[in-house]
Design a protein around this ligand. Structure first.
Ligand code: E4P
Length: 217
């Protein structure tokens, strides 16, 4: 499973990219607001840091406007992925941009039928939002399982990009369900590595090693 980092904070992206564990980046208008940056400057800087796809979201709501904004964003760097909302206009823009060879990420997906339509529109990625479904007491992980089954049934090449992940368990469950990508906020990424028994075990090993009086190298 690929890991994308879900932020427009350049410092956090640089730090996590240096681990070698990050395969791409997703942003959205709310994350751009939080960063306090101009979208074109932030995306250009992020694209220079990370080798993989960097999603930048259009804000037009009509097909022509989305195509135009998408092409403007794509000029920023070769690794820009154009993020489009899952509306009928967004699907039409996705089809047009995908047919022209642009990478596309269809976002705000909350149902399996929406994901089926995005695949038929040639989306590179579909972004089902797990956390926001959980927020309204609908099991977001069921949606991941449904989309996985549908895409596998028909051999769709659209990659299942699990989004709106809030917890370490979300990440684990997405991996078990076969999501191609998980986009993860930096705070949740940090939680994946930590385990109290790792810390406790390491402290014990180091204490015993000290008692041996030995050194390596
Ligand atoms: C990523 O593509 C999405 O925009 C993001 O994961 C949404 O997460 P949220 O529901 O926590 O805002």
């Amino acid at each position: 499973m690929k890991f994308f980092i879900d932020t427009a904070d350049v410092d956090e992206i640089r730090e996590w990219n240096s681990t070698g564990l990050i395969d791409g980046v997703t942003t959205n208008p709310s994350l751009i607001l939080k960063s306090g940056r101009q979208i074109d400057e932030a995306l250009a800087e992020i694209c220079a840091i990370v080798d993989g796809p960097v999603s930048g979201e259009v804000t037009a709501i009509d097909t022509i406007g989305m195509i135009s904004q998408g092409k403007t964003l794509a000029k920023i760097a070769d690794n820009i992925c154009i993020k489009l909302p899952l509306t009928m206009d967004g699907l039409k823009a996705c089809k047009a941009l995908s047919d022209e060879g642009f990478k596309t990420n269809v976002t705000l997906c909350f149902s399996a039928n929406q994901a089926l339509l995005a695949a038929k529109a040639g989306a590179t990625y579909i972004s089902p939002f797990i956390g926001r479904l959980d927020d309204i007491n609908i099991d977001g992980m069921e949606l991941i399982e449904e989309i996985r089954a549908i895409y596998d049934n028909y051999g769709f090449e659209t990659q299942l990009l699990a989004a709106s992940l809030r917890t370490a368990n979300h990440v684990k469950d997405c991996a078990i369900a076969g999501a191609d990508v998980a986009t993860i906020p930096p705070s949740t990424l940090g939680k994946l590595v930590a385990h109290p028994l790792t810390d406790k075990g390491l402290a014990a090993f180091l204490a015993d090693w000290e008692k041996t009086g030995q050194s390596i190298g």
